[in-house]
Ligand binder design. Structure first.
Ligand code: HEC
Length: 205
């Protein structure tokens, strides 16, 4: 019998919830249990406003505003994409200075997670950050340069993007530095010149 009342009760609730007050119109505002921030003292973009003398709510950017998207002549330089595909190549002169800049920025912005040598074992991983990839695996080695640039700019999965923190040049310099790290950990000895072999021996007696 208890179950019977309970089922009746549920049935009434369901009927009222689905059919109740359907089609009724009211001039009163709906009941808001949690209004959150539905109504705010703000103006919407493109809306008129009596506050400003020109009658517009939208304002022009203040003098000296810098465009965040940095429009440049070569779209590959700012997107990493050519047409509808990842581009290959680093659209900067890759000099020692570029690599030094990439190394410095990488160590500041990336090494805490990715590790100084890119093995995905940075300090943050000792504090339960999981899933930081190792750059020295085929998946990352084979990623086009443009895709690396894109991931640095916009992030991927759990990783945030650094587009707002690093200039375009700095991001490309980091891509170049990641390539250098990858070479440093996986380069066939036979492809080194005699001079390079000599230098290597000298550095690692
Ligand atoms: C807070 C930790 C953290 C920082 C800082 C960080 N990353 Fe990551 N990164 C990750 C994680 C986690 C992933 C895996 C994301 C996923 O796919 O879910 C990742 C993925 C990547 C990948 C993709 C690799 C692959 O094989 O899929 C690249 C490339 C990369 N990061 C480069 C960078 C660079 C360059 C920086 C510095 C500008 C940087 N990351 C800063 C945590 C971080």
């Amino acid at each position: 019998m208890r179950n019977f009342f309970f089922i009746c009760f549920l049935l009434v609730i369901t009927v009222v919830a689905t059919a109740g007050l359907r089609g009724t119109k009211s001039r009163r505002p709906p009941l808001e249990i949690f209004p959150d921030m539905v109504r705010q003292l703000k103006v919407k973009e493109q809306a008129p406003s009596v506050f400003f003398p020109d009658g517009r709510a939208s304002r022009m950017p203040v003098a000296g505003t810098v465009c965040w998207e940095e429009p440049v002549e070569n779209p590959y330089f700012s997107t990493g994409i050519i047409g509808d595909q990842w581009g290959e190549g680093i659209p900067l002169e890759v000099s020692m200075d570029t690599l030094r800049m990439g190394k410095e920025r990488f160590e500041i912005y990336c090494s805490a997670c990715h590790g100084l040598a890119g093995y995905g074992n940075g300090i943050a991983t000792h504090f339960n950050l999981f899933g930081v990839p190792n750059y020295h695996q085929d998946h990352t080695r084979q990623m086009p340069d443009g895709q690396l640039f894109y991931i640095i700019t916009h992030g991927q999965g759990m990783m945030l993007g650094y587009g707002a923190n690093l200039s375009l040049e700095e991001r490309w310099a980091i891509v170049a530095y990641i390539r250098a790290l990858q070479k440093s950990q996986n380069f066939p000895l036979g492809e080194l010149s005699e001079e390079q072999k000599r230098l290597l021996k000298e550095a690692n007696p």
